[in-house]
Structure formats: C-alpha cells, structure tokens
Design a protein around this ligand. Structure first.
Ligand SMILES: Nc1ncnc2c1ncn2[C@@H]1O[C@H](COP(=O)(O)OP(=O)(O)O)[C@@H](O)[C@H]1O
Ligand SMILES: [Mg+2]
Length: 613
C-alpha cells in the first residue's frame, strides 16, 4: 500500500465498499441513537432551554406593542423606561439561556465523538485483512476525522435548532395570526413554495454531499500514500505526476463543493426572498389599515417585529438542512465500516495448553488447501490449488517459487490473515480454524517481507511479538541476540530509542532483524517467515542469515526464500509452481532433478522470473 502510486483514473470514483440502499435522512440519523443515548438527558434539557430562550425572544414584540399602544400613545416617559427595562431583561434572559445551552452540550458531545471514534478504531483493528485489502486507507481515515466532526457539529447545532426553530416558527405564526389573521395569512403564503424547495434541495444536496465526502477520502488516500511513499516519489521523480493526481482530485472536490454552494445559494435565495416579499406586502397592507384606523399602530409594530424575529429561524433552515444532510451522509459512511463483519474470534476461549485437543507433535500440515482471493474475478484460477505440504516438528522448510506464484498468500493462510477457500491447515494435528485466534497467534509467529515497525521504542516494537502473555526484558535481550540485532545497543537510547513511522530511521537490514526478533520473542512453536532477507546487502545478509540459523534451530518453520544461501538454512525445500507444490526435497536433490528450481536458484533475471500462469 505504501509504495503504490495510484492515478485517479485507475481508482473507483468512490473508493468505498458496497453501496448501501438509500435510507431516509431521519432513519439514517436515528442510527446515532445508541451513541447519543448516554447524553440524552443533557441534550433534551439543552433543547428545552433553547426553545425557552427562543420563545422569550418572541415576547419582545408583545412588550413593544404594549409600549406603542400604552405609554408612547399616552406620552408617558416613565412607562417607556419601564418597557425598555423589560426589553433589556428579556434580552439578557435569552442570551443567558442560550449560553447555558452551549455549556450543557459542549462536553457531552465531545464525548460522543470520542466514543464513536474509539469504536471505529477498535472495529478497524478487528476487521479481516481482506477488508483492508479492499478499502483505501484514506477512505477510512476521512471517516475517522472529517465525518465524525460533521456528526458532532450536527448533534451540537442542527439537531437542536431544527427543533427550536420549528417551535419558534410555529409559536411566532400563532402570535401573528392572533394579532391579525389577514396579515398573518399574507405572511404565510410563501410557506408552500419554501417547503417544496426544501424537499427538492434535500435530495440533491444529499447526493452532492455523499460525493464530496467520498472525494475527501480519495484525496486523503493520495496525500497519505505520497507521504508514506515519499522515497519512491522522489526517487522516481514522480512529484509532478503525484501533484497532478492530487490536483485533479482536489479540483473534483472543489467542483463538488461549488455545486453544493450553488444548491445552498439557490435555496437560501428562495428562503430569504419569498418571506421578505411577504413581509413587505404585509407592511404595506398594515400601514393602509393603520391609516384607515382598523388596526392599532402597536399591533402593526408587534406583528412586524414578530415577523422579523422569525427571519433568522426561517433563513437558517437552509443551513440546518444542509448540515443535517452532511451528517446523514457521514453516518452512512461511518456505518458502512462499522457494519462490515469482524473476524470471528474462533471457537470459545483458548483451552488450556494440550488439555482437550488431540494434540500430538505433528508439525504444520496443509491438506488440499485451495485459495482464491475473495475479490478475484470469477472464473480465474485459484492462487493455490489443492496444496499438500507437511513440515515435520522441528523441521524448517524453505518455500521457493517465482514471483506471483502465491508464496506470500500461502504464508498468510497459516495465521488466518485470509481464510482458506477449501482444505485444512493443521498445527500439531489441530485445525487452525478450531483454535481461538488468540491461541493461534500465540503459537504462530510471523515476519513479513515488509518489516513494518511502529512509532514506538525499539523494545516496544519487538515485544509486540510477545502478545498478551507479556515478556520481560530478559526475553527482549534473548530475542535481540537471536536475531543478531545487537546494533540496538549502539542506538542513542538503546532499546528505548524511538523509531519513526514504519521504522524509517533504521536501515532495511536493521528493520528486518528487529522483525525477526519480534517473531521469536514470544518463543512461538511455529514460525512463518515471508522472505525475511529480501533486498539486503551482502554483509547485512550474512548477519541476518546467521540470526536466522539460530532462530530456525528450535522451531517448526516455513520460510519463503529466494537465494540459495537462505534455502541452505532449511532442512528441505518445497517448490511452488502453478498454484501447486510440484516438488519437495533437499536443495541439492531439487537442483539436480528440477530444471525450474535450478533456474530460480540461478537467479537469472532474463529468464522467466514470473510465474508462468
Ligand atoms: N490481496 C490480494 N487480492 C487479490 N489478489 C492478490 C492479492 N494479493 C496477491 N494477489 C495475487 O495473488 C497472486 C500471488 O501473490 P503472492 O502470494 O503475493 O505471490 P508471491 O509472494 O509468490 O510473489 C498474484 O497473482 C497476486 O496478484
Ligand atoms: Mg511475496
């Protein structure tokens, strides 16, 4: 993943998995309930307070009416001052209540966001490798960041204010109708076109926001990959094409965002203009009636200030709907990942070692193992086709085959990073699928081609291999010694030295030796090593090979090898070709009897290093 340089054209428009059937916005958002439940009391209180504050705002026009028809008409300055005091108090109460609401929701909602993020991360760790093969990392990253932020904003604001504004509008309209029902009806005329606009808008905006959020994911993927693959980008002078890919995606995202802005501008235009026109009409009508003497000036003032007080609740509906729509999209995207089934943890808890199972020293066996990648095109030949292989207890078996013959795939089946399509793999006679994953991974240690290290200390990176059982500094020292990783002690802070992301501050050989140390630190019964010596210089290779010799001495091991020197470390060799094990024997036997093997070992770069299939 780190070194592939995707171009936007070769990648799916939305890099996400299965497209779910569309649900209504409300039903989608309802899925958030389990996360919101713990803070529901506060959220409802806050909503109630906001409704209260908003309704207090609607009392202001009534005080104005009282002032205009009372003290002002009677030219009573004392009454005017009293009215002004009332207005001030009402304003203060409104502001305080809104402030209180903010304070009520801020902390619990950060908690909701943090909880959802933690769940997402936990789930990502438990999803099978096949899921991660399929999903671009940026799509996952953007769900954990942008989408969750959108959700928190939704819970803090639109969720409450859609309710608050609806209540405010309702109460306001009732007040207006009570003041004067003809003027009230005039102001209500735009309601129908505004509602129709909102419905149309919701649909279009939903599609646009889904596209935008997926495009953010694609963009994140490109940024992430070029940062991780910076050496390749620089080494091959790919800045320009990477920049082009980025530019193109960023341009697309910009296009989508502009489209969203245009949609929002249209709805805002309609939502703002129509009511404004209606208010204008009501003003003209009202003035005429005040002149006729059929309406009191105070009522007109109250009516108009109520209408104006409703302006913000009405105008904001566009924004609130847009934010809700984005939140619904974010929810869908969040649950697309959360709904993906986790690996099943395997049957029950691990039985005590050797207690219930018919465990005998039998080594590692592949029985008629067939494997096809879940996303392989239908009808394509399986990567592994009825593979039979037996690695005896204590034996080390080298696995040799052309590039792409399925060696990595075969090794990944043992710790169940992928599930066999058919057939069985047994460890000491016990099917790997009959063990809990915990037990399986305690018994089998792996080291892959790409010796990934994490941003942690050297010691922590190695001890990661000890699993939950935990290992002390004694085990760490032993593992480092076995893996010939003595260079660690020469690092500035020894085993406590922090290594960078992917261990980039160490050389390839150093990283591979740490990966070996990690594989052996838990004293596993079975070792599966995928090409632990790939791309090493001669001196480092000698050091790692010496390490490997000691590692192999006391385990049952399957080790993918390319070079004769590595193959010679193993007791026997298996040749993988055309998806099958075509030969098993010692290095020298196979050299004599199998031309394909001899060819692979000659390392002739011109001759077909690719699997013939
Ligand atoms: N995650 C995957 N999804 C689909 N096909 C894959 C995946 N990984 C590898 N393959 C395919 O499986 C075949 C065997 O790959 P691999 O086991 O990596 O070969 P080797 O390690 O022997 O070079 C190749 O044709 C490769 O394209
Ligand atoms: Mg491989």
């Amino acid at each position: 993943m780190a070194t592939t340089l995707p171009t936007p054209d070769t990648r799916p428009e939305d890099g996400s998995g299965p497209v779910p059937e569309p649900r209504s916005t409300v039903r989608t958002l309802l899925r958030l309930w389990p996360y919101v439940r713990p803070v529901r009391a506060r959220l409802f209180t806050a909503a109630f307070i906001a409704v209260l504050a908003s309704c207090i705002g609607l009392v202001i026009p009534l005080v104005l009416k009282w002032m205009v028809d009372g003290p002002i008409a009677d030219r009573d300055p004392g009454g005017v001052w009293l009215g002004a005091l009332y207005l001030l108090l009402l304003g203060l109460a409104e502001a305080l209540l809104f402030g209180f609401r903010r304070w009520l929701v801020a902390r619990p909602l950060s908690g909701v966001e943090a909880g959802m993020r933690a769940d997402l991360y936990r789930h990502l760790q438990r999803l099978p490798v096949a899921f991660h093969d399929r999903w671009p990392s940026g799509q996952l990253l953007s769900r954990g960041t942008t989408d969750l932020m959108l959700l928190r904003m939704f819970l803090a604001f639109p969720l409450t204010f859609l309710l608050v504004n609806s209540v405010t509008i309702l109460v306001g309209v009732i007040i207006m109708l009570v003041q004067d029902w003809t003027l009230g009806l005039v102001v209500l005329v735009p309601a129908v076109p505004v509602m129709v606009t909102c419905l149309v808008f919701e649909k279009r905006y939903s599609a646009a926001s889904r596209r935008a959020q997926d495009q953010v994911g694609d963009l994140t993927t490109v940024v992430e990959e070029s940062v991780l693959g910076i050496r390749i980008v620089k080494g091959f002078g790919r800045h320009r094409s990477q920049a082009r890919a980025f530019h193109e995606l960023a341009g697309r995202l910009r296009g989508t965002e502009l489209h969203k802005a245009r949609l929002l501008a249209t709805i805002l235009g309609i939502i703002v203009t129509l009511p404004e026109l209606a208010i204008g009409a009501a003003l003209v009508l009202g003035c005429m009636r005040v002149a006729d003497g059929t309406l009191s000036a105070g009522t007109l003032v109250a009516f108009l200030s109520t209408a104006l007080a409703l302006r913000w609740p009405v105008d904001s509906i566009g924004f609130l709907l847009a934010m809700s729509q984005e939140a619904a999209t974010a929810t869908t995207r969040y649950f697309e990942v959360m709904d993906a089934p986790e690996e099943d943890p395997g049957p029950g808890a691990a039985p005590p070692e050797g207690a219930s199972s018919p465990r005998r020293a039998d080594g590692l066996r592949f029985h008629e193992v067939t494997f096809r990648y879940p996303d392989a095109p239908p009808g394509s030949p399986p990567v592994l086709d009825r593979v039979d292989l037996h690695i005896r207890p204590g034996e080390s078996m080298a696995l040799v085959g052309a590039t792409g013959s399925g060696k990595t795939t075969l090794t990944a089946l043992v710790p169940r990073l992928h599930e066999v399509t058919s057939g069985r793999i047994t460890l000491d006679g016990v099917d790997v699928t009959a063990m809990s994953r915990e037990e399986l991974r305690a018994r089998v240690a792996v080291a892959f081609e790409e010796p990934t290290l994490f941003s942690a200390s050297v010691g922590e990176n190695v001890l990661m291999g000890a699993g939950a059982s935990g290992a002390g500094s004694g085990d760490l020292e032993r593992a480092l010694q076995v893996a010939q990783a003595d260079f660690v002690h020469a690092l500035p802070e020894g085993v406590d030295t922090q290594v960078g992301e992917q261990g980039l501050s160490l050389s390839g050989g150093q990283r591979q030796r740490l990966a070996l140390a990690r594989a052996v630190v838990g004293r596993p019964g079975f070792l599966v090593l995928d090409d632990p010596l790939s791309a090493l210089d001669v001196h480092t290779e000698a050091a790692v090979e010496a390490a490997l010799r000691r590692v192999l001495a006391d385990t049952t091991a399957l080790i993918v090898a390319h070079r004769p020197s590595t193959v010679l470390l193993a007791d026997r060799v298996a040749l993988l070709s055309g998806g099958r094990i075509t030969a098993v024997g010692t290095h020298h036997e196979l050299l004599r009897t199998h031309p394909e093997y001899a060819h692979l070992m000659a390392g002739d770069p011109a001759g077909g290093q690719e699997d013939p299939r």
